[in-house]
Write a protein of this length. Structure first.
Length: 361
């Protein structure tokens, strides 16, 4: 009796069924791996998906074969990317042969060329392929090698001294490339220094200053601040009571921290809260203030213990605390603000310093 006649479906489509006395077994065909009920082809994969190297360095690239082969298999390495062979890297072997029984891992070396050109980042993309039907790319079929440019360009002014006429004179300052080859755009930012004249004036040189020193009208902050409904404070407000806001610089104005989009992050004041609710503190002061619960809640354990032992200093200190908390003079011990409606009845304590301007009546 041929047991395979009624059990052929138990074998994989790439397996053969073999009849034995009273039984059968499945065996994968040549070039396939598995137990007969499931057969798969060998896979070839890189050992890593990406790597970055500095221009002029060598990189060892490895890939491995996972599975068994019964005949010679050819694995090809296809190359793409922004880097150019023989210009940015030397030529290398792109076809590899696997014989049955060979080690599973193969390694080759790519030598990058230090070409003294300002190019920026360049990539070499390697992709595995095979002309053998029983070998397919695995889970890492491609690898990206990023070449980091280490070249610098030497620049200098066309002359050391420029002379301009007083009041309405100007000079064309020319910057020239002295060394290196440029293949991409780059920015040169001259730094001017304010110099006093020998008589009574200052030359009209401009020096880029910090964006935080810009005057109102030289920038515009259009970003809408979002209010956190849980903290009733500006989203992103830090413990320093500040928040970063993106601002746009007016045309013709420059500063050090300015981005390519003519924006910078300005530090603005904000109310930082840490979970201390004003209503809760006030209710604790009114009803449990004689036991110091309000002071314990706000983070003043010493004063809270004093009120607890003296029954709110015979209710006098309790009354004082009710007034101080209601007027928001006493706040949380950690320096944060009360959690209360952002547009609610908050009190602002007016202070003055040397920069305060008094408007005459």
């Amino acid at each position: 009796i041929d047991e395979c006649l009624g059990n052929s479906d138990n074998c994989h489509q790439n397996a053969d069924c073999f009849n034995t006395i009273g039984s059968f077994y499945c065996d994968c065909k040549d070039g396939f791996n598995g137990n007969g009920t499931y057969c798969y082809v060998a896979e070839v994969s890189f050992t890593r998906a990406s790597v970055a190297i500095t221009e002029g360095e060598d990189i060892a690239v490895s890939f491995s074969l996972n599975g068994r082969i019964d005949t010679i298999a050819v694995v090809n390495v296809q190359v793409s990317g922004t880097a150019t062979e023989l210009v940015d890297y030397s030529s290398f072997t792109k076809a590899f042969f696997y014989n049955p029984g060979d080690p599973s891992t193969k390694t080759f070396t790519i030598r990058t060329i230090d070409d003294q050109r300002l190019e920026g980042l360049e990539t070499i993309i390697l992709t595995l392929s095979s002309i053998h039907s029983h070998v397919t790319p695995g889970n890492i079929p491609s690898m990206t090698i990023t070449i980091v440019d280490n070249d610098a360009i030497g620049v200098a002014f066309s002359q050391q001294t420029y002379t301009v006429a007083e009041n309405n004179g100007f000079a064309n300052v020319i910057v020239q490339i002295q060394s290196g080859i440029v293949e991409r755009d780059f920015i040169v930012s001259p730094e001017f220094i304010l110099v006093h004249s020998q008589e009574n004036g200052m030359c009209n040189a401009t020096q880029q200053k910090s964006c935080d020193e810009l005057l109102p009208g030289q920038y515009r902050c259009d970003e809408t601040l979002q209010i956190d409904p849980d903290t009733q404070s500006v989203v992103g407000c830090k413990e320093s009571h500040t928040v970063e806001v993106k601002c746009t610089i007016a045309p013709g104005i420059k500063c050090k921290e300015m981005s390519k989009e003519r924006t910078f992050m300005k530090i603005q004041p904000c109310r930082y809260t840490n979970g201390y609710d004003h209503t809760t503190a006030l209710m604790l002061s009114v009803f449990l203030g004689m036991f110091g619960i309000d002071r314990f809640y706000l983070g003043y354990p010493a004063i809270g213990l004093l009120k607890l032992c003296t029954l709110g200093f015979f209710f006098l200190l309790q009354l004082v605390d009710v007034i101080l908390i209601a007027m928001q003079i006493v706040g949380p011990a950690d320096g944060s603000e009360y959690v209360m409606d952002y547009y609610g009845p908050r009190l602002f304590h007016i202070t003055q310093n040397n920069e305060t301007i008094f408007q005459p009546v």
